[in-house]
Design a binder for this molecule. Structure first.
Ligand code: CP3
Length: 344
């Protein structure tokens, strides 16, 4: 495959003079134009399900900064909603879902075959974006990894330590495995449809992978991600896949090989020189600038940005933050980061 798109070249294993750049949560509350469009839509979920406006907020950071990739505007919790969970967002607090704690809760979920009725607007957003994005910009689709999605479905909200999900996987392993399987199958269908609609890359977010240790990490972070990637590679062999086992620590070693991912996204707790030696040896890596620099800026931002670019300069690398940009970030610091990556 020959392409001029920098992101796809890095994902194919090419070492580029300057890495392609995009940012997790690049369409978000730190941008006044995002806040205006969200107000026009009514609220966050209405924005996700409005293809014209979701495409508009996806395009806003591309227009402002010329990132090398756009990420579909949606959320990892739309899949649970499509499976039949209730979902709502409490302003200033975060997501709330109906709670699943046993087999009857899993049985009450809808069939994977029916998720597209709810998710069709998301595929429409993808189709609009493929028409409207600049030629050089890569479109990334995404979903949550089963463990992370399950933590929200079991607790009914975000949790600092994922305790309810850990309690269920230990106390009711059969029901827990049934839930994981339903999410895994739904994720395969959801991502496959995003690719059919025009997503050129997909990313699997395992934001809470770091709370799984040892064998539990292998069973609930690696194995479901491996299953999703294996199924997608049969249907879409040329679509690269980025996996993000956040806070995976030394479990980052060998993660790409174990799951079949084309690229592993690094949080900012791992040292870049260590990751170059132990993770980038297996292929492309993405990350790992601390999001706080987008709030504080200055020489510290420049120094850390340069250090990360340098550490990963001998192999394929996509520049990104270690986690999402926060609402209190200053849009000018984003420009400073981009200028530093592109101009040295
Ligand atoms: O720009 C992009 O990155 C694309 C869109 C995107 C969103 N969420 C939009 C969003 C993506 C890729 C996600 C992924 C996501 N959603 C994850 C995995 C990545 C991560 O952050 O660890 C998770 C865990 C979620 C679930 C979720 N969605 C939570 C916990 C919250 C509340 C916390 C918060 O930041 O407010 C959301 C809301 C959400 N998703 C917002 C956005 C822009 C903010 C909502 C708003 O505008 O009011």
């Amino acid at each position: 495959m020959t392409t001029s798109k920098k992101l796809l070249r890095a994902l194919a294993g090419e070492t580029l003079d300057t890495p392609p750049i995009w940012m997790m949560r690049q369409a978000g509350r730190y941008l006044p134009e995002y806040r205006a469009t969200r107000a026009q839509a009514g609220d966050f979920l209405k924005l996700c399900y409005n293809p014209e406006l979701a495409a508009e907020v996806t395009l806003q950071p591309i227009r402002r900064y010329g990132f090398d990739a756009a990420i579909l505007f949606a959320d990892i919790l739309l899949l649970p909603q499509a499976l039949g969970a209730d979902l709502w967002f409490v302003t200033g607090e975060g997501p709330r879902l109906s709670i699943i704690s046993d087999q009857s809760g899993v049985d009450a979920l809808g069939s994977v075959d029916n998720i597209h009725e709810t998710l069709n607007p998301i595929y429409e957003t993808v189709r609009i974006l493929r028409k409207e994005l600049p030629e050089e910009t890569t479109l990334i689709g995404f979903a949550g990894a089963p463990w992370t999605v399950a933590t929200y479905m079991i607790a009914g909200r975000g949790t600092p330590d994922q305790a309810p999900a850990h309690a269920m996987r230990v106390g009711a392993p059969e029901a827990f495995d049934a839930l994981m399987e339903r999410i895994t199958l739904g994720t395969i269908e959801y991502l496959s449809k995003q690719i059919d609609a025009g997503a050129e890359v997909v990313k699997i977010f395992d934001s809470w992978a770091g709370s799984l240790k040892g064998e539990a990490f292998d069973k609930y972070a690696i194995e479901p991600t491996r299953q999703i990637i294996a199924a997608l590679k049969v249907r879409h062999p040329n679509t690269p896949i980025i996996a993000f086992p956040r806070e995976g620590g030394d479990k980052y070693i060998g993660f790409a090989k174990a799951t079949g991912a084309d690229c592993v996204a690094l949080d900012n707790s791992v040292d870049a020189a260590w990751a170059a030696q132990h993770v980038q040896v297996d292929g492309c890596v993405q990350g790992n600038l601390a999001s706080r620099h987008m709030v504080t800026g200055g020489q510290d931002l420049i120094d850390d940005t340069r250090a990360i670019v340098k550490a990963f300069s001998k192999g394929p690398h996509i520049f990104n933050l270690g986690h999402g940009i926060t609402p209190d970030a200053d849009p000018e610091n984003v420009q400073l980061m981009i200028d530093t990556v592109r101009n040295g």
